[in-house]
Write a protein that binds this ligand. Structure first.
Ligand code: HPA
Length: 278
């Protein structure tokens, strides 16, 4: 397969278009909203919305639960830029295309990235609705967004020892504790999808040390680290992973849980950004 690489021109053009649309707003934190978690975008005040259709290089999402717009405004006193709708690699996008928004955020000078996702719970104690702050990840997608020529401003060989920022993780834990919300911590395994896992794959992931599994996030965090951004990742466990419970998986159930438990996640994310400058 060909691995299309986003060119510096496309990134610059998209960043210029976003900058013009922001009308003087100066976001310091970017937030990627996972499946069904788009409602956090409704909590932003003084919002400006930019449709992906108006952004060079951006694709309109094809997956239910993913909107396709950037929303910039104020959340908890901080100017944030939210990505409502992802480009997943399973939709046919190259890893490089999938992380175009992250590269645009970095070009706009954003230093902190908060990534949310819906995930299957591998750790046996995780139930539908569990929140997990990501301590580390397994990139099992078979892709890497940095493949190809090194782009200006990106580290060729990014260190991934502390891909998920320790201070932001602690902040998320403190915020959750103050809100009376249980926040677990664990390793996220990113797979290509779009199939959910087989029970045998889930047993494999368990042995590899994964606590949750999903189809996003790892490429975004890799791209963010290549630009030196600080990353926080929070998974909303929408279901126990395949084979660990007596049932089958359905995207509609995943979305229903995400919509409900998404309120808790929204509260934690909002708490993390309150009063932040970067
Ligand atoms: N597996 C992968 N991705 C997911 C799952 C799952 O069980 N649930 C929500 N996203």
């Amino acid at each position: 397969m060909t691995h299309l690489v986003t060119t510096p021109d496309v990134i610059a053009h998209a960043a210029d278009t976003v900058q013009a649309a922001l009308d003087g707003r100066n976001p310091t934190v970017a937030i990627v909203l996972g499946s069904g978690l788009g409602r956090l975008a409704d909590r932003v005040t003084d919002a400006v919305r930019v449709s992906y259709a108006d952004l060079p290089g951006f694709h309109v999402p094809t997956v239910e639960g993913h909107k396709g717009e950037l929303v910039c405004g104020t959340l908890g006193g901080t100017t944030v830029l939210m990505q409502s709708g992802r480009f997943h690699m399973y939709e046919g996008h190259s890893a490089s295309d999938a992380v175009l928004p992250i590269r645009v955020f970095a070009t706009l000078g954003i230093k902190s990235l908060i990534v949310t996702n819906a995930a299957g719970g591998i750790r046996r104690t995780f139930q539908a609705g569990t929140l997990m702050v990501i301590s580390d990840h397994l990139n099992l997608t078979g892709r890497n967004p940095l493949e190809g020529p090194s782009l200006p401003g990106e580290t060729r060989f990014p260190d991934m020892t502390v891909a998920y920022d320790a201070e932001l993780r602690q902040r998320a834990k403190d915020v959750a504790a103050a809100q009376g919300i249980t926040l677990e911590e664990g390793v996220y395994a990113g797979l290509l999808g779009p199939t959910y896992e087989t029970p045998a794959e889930v047993r494999m992931l368990e042995r590899l040390g994964a606590d949750a599994v999903g189809m996003s996030t790892v490429a975004e965090v890799i791209a963010a680290r290549a630009r030196g951004m600080r990353c926080l990742g929070i998974s909303l466990v929408t279901n126990p992973a395949a084979g660990t419970f007596a049932g089958v998986l359905d995207h509609a159930d995943v979305m229903a849980v995400a919509a409900e438990a998404g309120k808790k996640l929204a509260g934690v994310v909002e708490g993390v950004v309150v009063g932040r400058r970067s």
